[in-house]
Design a protein around this ligand. Structure first.
Ligand code: NDP
Length: 253
């Protein structure tokens, strides 16, 4: 991986799963990583410990997303921490990764739908809005989407919330390209994380899920982290406004 030495990164939802793998990967490349989490402080500390054990640098930022004042809370923690560690309040890499799933269209309530959109769609947009003045030229924004935007998952409002971040990525790419800032969405397929508790610790289920992929296994957080690592590197400078499918070829047809 091209060196990210001297770069600062914010990864939302970095306490567990894909976000943790991304945070570890960016820190391994030399970036100072803000490990954001919502409520699971122990998991966030574990991410930071893993990064430090690998010789990387990170700090924790807590903010529940999808509630009033969420972005204010996030940046109130982020900005002084950046200042203390780097002498400035600048960012090079923003990875909007934190998200939730939801019930199906048949059963979801209006309140649960509002929360889904607030966490998965509204929070990334307003985090980006707030981060823009801090973002250095040639910076990188990654919005984590889902292969579910490409594949019809029966009755999943979750996919709607993710389709919006793909469109957001494309229009932002157009806005920010003049500064060398690239904006892309990365769309994982089914990946073994807490988001899919039914897959955890069950190799049979993982095999069954993976059988729908051209590369016949379930995704692992590192599979996604490697794609993010490429996009945020210097080597990724010419890719912008795209949704990169990172699913091992999930239901290619
Ligand atoms: P996990 O459920 O394993 O982890 C979710 C992370 O997001 C945690 O760090 C959690 O923090 C944080 N988070 C969730 N809700 C909030 C909130 N309201 N406020 C603040 N933080 C929050 O998820 P994955 O690693 O599986 O998913 C990561 C991304 O990948 C998501 O965008 C997801 O939609 C996408 N994705 C995942 C797939 C999969 O199969 N796993 C497939 C396709 C896309 P805390 O630990 O504090 O709760």
């Amino acid at each position: 991986m091209t060196s990210l030495m001297g770069r600062s990164a914010l990864v939302t939802g970095a306490s567990r799963g894909i976000g943790r793998a991304v945070a570890r990967r960016l820190a391994a490349g030399g970036a100072l990583v803000a490990v954001h989490y919502g409520s699971n402080e122990q998991a966030a500390r574990d991410t930071m410990d893993l990064i430090e054990k690998d010789g990387g640098r990170a700090f924790l930022v807590r903010a529940e997303l999808g509630v009033p004042g969420d972005v204010d809370t996030l940046f109130a923690a982020l900005e002084p921490a950046l200042l203390t560690r780097t002498g400035q309040v600048r960012l090079d890499i923003l990875v909007n990764n934190a998200a939730i799933t939801a019930d199906s269209i048949e059963t979801i309530t209006p309140e649960a739908f509002d929360r889904l959109i607030a966490v998965n769609t509204k929070a990334p947009l307003f985090i980006i809005q707030r981060a823009l003045p801090l973002l250095n030229d040639d910076g990188r924004i990654i919005n984590v989407s889902a292969a579910a935007t490409r594949i019809a998952m029966p009755g999943q409002p979750y996919a709607m919330s993710k389709a919006a971040v793909e469109v957001l990525s494309r229009s932002l790419a157009q806005l920010l390209g003049g500064r060398g800032i690239t904006v892309n969405a990365v769309a994982p397929g089914p990946t073994v994380t807490d988001m899919n508790p039914w897959m955890l610790d069950d190799p049979e289920v993982q095999r069954a899920v993976g059988s729908g992929n051209a590369v016949p296994r379930a995704g692992r957080p590192d599979d996604i982290a490697d794609v993010v690592a490429f996009l945020v590197s210097e080597a990724g400078r010419w890719v912008t406004g795209q949704t990169i499918d990172a699913s091992g070829g999930c239901f290619l047809g």
